[in-house]
Design a binder for this molecule. Structure first.
Ligand code: GLC
Length: 549
């Protein structure tokens, strides 16, 4: 490894960084096999440097059977041969560092793939063996152990238990998987598991990786003692504040991260991390404190309806919360798990997104223009806030969800395992369109692993590059201005109409978002950027303007 892959510098670089999420299989295919790959990511370094992001975060690119889009990891310290090699990875790191961008990788500690060598060993070993203790195996209930140990559902439905088959063909023990059966949960009370993940973090840190995104960070520790409780649901509204849930956000989970912190801090600059932890907001600082992971995703705006009052409340709360925890806030509108926000904002507020997907995006009708306007306004608002912003690939093009993917093209275990009740997340994972035409719009030369709709051409990088008022060019201008305007991590609210969110940063950078449909008077100041053309000197509905005073 060349030493040039390491990027020195300010150890607080992450506090207000803009991080671009790359979903590797859908970013850029360099070898025409229909799957995005590591060389594809390297080939787009100029694109991302010109976009103006500070870092990229790579969703899993590790060896995987893709039972859950790569979140089923068969080997934590290698590159999936379908996506490249470790040498390709080093080359990619060097290219991004050379252009001054940092790199985050995803760590998936709650579960491995069932193809992981440890799980294969566990299956071959006897009940009660050391090999089985790395996972969560239990005897079944019923006369012959034919019933699962309990009725906990999996996130992808229906049960979170799968029965194994013994070497002699007889039915064996059951193992726990909070996600797909191909994703067995680790036992985080096992020392080997604890040590192995530290090894993984060192492995990638030694290769120059700057940061880690921690998948389902709140699920690692479990209370598996009997009697098993009933678990009504898995979203954070069901998680109590006292750390007493049997599966999520248990108090001792953060002990794991204290251990990781020692590893992070043994590097110069210290490696950083961001937790994906769907916990009640009050509990988020446990994951984002400087003694644990340092930062945690704040998904609040992602689930906040388009309302000035609600946005303001959420921003106020989160800026405060981040300050209390010693972290900086993160802001997120989209990622690989949710319906793209250009679509969410173009649907009626109360629309049921799962039903909308099942109707192939027909009912209710999507108002594309409105969705686009709001998405443009929203990103400008986010980028003006103190803290860091996470951008999901394709949102800079204003991409909508591909809601009409045919059932036989879908790959998401949510669809495959839940008897077609939920279409799942493939609609936001369709490969990126780089060119206006071609079978896969420049994604690659050999088609794409998910069908790309005809309208993608108009939203391709090539199409938007040449349109001054495109969403891509808005992102570029906003990111460039943001870089120049960065200031201390605070904001002051400026009095405004109830349908307007207006705040100022300490250096006189103002952001004004009009959430209503009617134009509003522009506050004083020099207009530096606007998400929509001003009309007679007024700020139109569903738009944001930045002013300098
Ligand atoms: C996280 C990932 C999601 C994945 C799940 C299981 O929520 O973001 O894509 O399915 O964890 O690993």
């Amino acid at each position: 490894m060349a030493s040039s892959v390491f990027l020195a510098g300010d150890e607080n670089w992450w506090r207000q960084a803009v991080v671009y999420q790359v979903y590797p299989r859908s970013f850029k295919d360099s070898n025409g096999d229909g799957l995005g790959d590591v060389k594809g990511i390297t080939s787009k370094v100029d694109y991302l440097a010109d976009l103006g992001v500070d870092a990229i975060w790579l969703s899993p690119f590790y060896p995987s059977a893709l039972a859950d889009g790569g979140y089923d990891v068969a080997d934590y310290r290698d590159v999936d041969p379908k996506l490249g090699t470790l040498a390709d990875f080093d080359e990619m790191m060097a290219a991004y560092h050379k252009r001054g961008m940092r790199v985050f990788v995803d760590v998936v500690p709650n579960h491995s793939s069932d193809l992981h060598v440890w799980f294969q060993e566990a299956l071959a070993a006897a009940p009660g063996s050391a090999a089985r203790d790395r996972y969560i195996f239990r005897d079944g209930k019923g006369v012959n152990g034919e019933l699962p140990p309990n009725d906990w559902p999996s996130h992808f439905g229906p049960s979170s238990w799968t029965r194994t088959t013994n070497a002699d063909g007889t039915p064996g023990q059951w193992y726990l998987h909070l996600f797909a059966p191909e994703q067995p949960d680790f036992n985080w009370d096992n020392e080997e598991v604890i040590d192995d993940f530290k090894k993984t973090i060192r492995f990638w840190s030694d290769r120059g990786v700057d940061g880690f995104r921690i998948d389902v960070a709140h699920a690692l520790k479990k209370d598996m003692s009997e009697p098993y409780p009933k678990i009504p649901g898995y979203d954070e509204t069901h998680i109590p504040l006292d750390g007493s849930h049997h599966l999520f956000d248990r108090d001792d989970t953060i002990e794991i991260y204290r251990g990781w912190r020692e590893v992070f801090n043994s590097y110069d600059p210290p490696r950083v991390a961001v937790a994906e932890a769907w916990v009640p907001t009050e509990r988020r600082p446990r994951y984002s404190s400087p003694e644990t992971l340092g930062q945690a995703f704040n998904f609040d705006l992602l689930i906040t309806p388009w309302s000035a009052k609600k946005f303001k409340k959420s921003i106020e709360f989160n800026v405060d919360l981040a300050a209390k925890s010693g972290s900086s806030s993160t802001w997120v509108l989209s990622n690989h798990d949710v319906v793209r926000h250009a679509s969410r904002y173009g649907l009626p507020q109360k629309a049921n997104l799962e039903k909308w997907l099942l109707s192939d995006g027909e009912a209710p009708r999507l108002d594309r223009e409105l969705g686009q306007q709001r998405a443009r306004a929203a990103i400008m608002l986010l980028l003006a806030l103190p803290g860091s912003t996470y951008i999901y690939q394709g949102e800079e093009l204003g991409l909508f969800e591909v809601a009409d993917l045919p059932g036989d093209a879908l790959q998401d275990p949510m669809w495959l395992r839940d008897s077609g009740k939920r279409k799942g997340r493939d609609g936001c994972r369709v490969p990126l369109p780089w060119e206006k035409t071609g079978t896969s719009f420049g994604f690659g030369t050999g088609g794409a692993h998910l069908p790309m709709p005809g309208w993608f051409g108009d939203y391709s990088v090539a199409a938007e590059d040449s349109r001054a008022d495109s969403t891509l060019n808005l992102y570029r201008s906003a990111l460039e201005l943001r870089k120049k305007s960065l200031t201390t991590e605070s904001l002051e609210w400026v009095r405004s109409k109830g349908t307007v969110v207006h705040f100022a940063r300490p250096n006189g950078w103002h952001s004004v978002t009009n959430f209503s449909h009617r134009s509003v008077r522009l506050p004083e100041g020099k207009v530096v950027l606007s998400s929509a053309p001003l009309v007679d000197g007024k700020l139109p509905g569903n738009s944001t303007v930045w002013l300098q005073k």
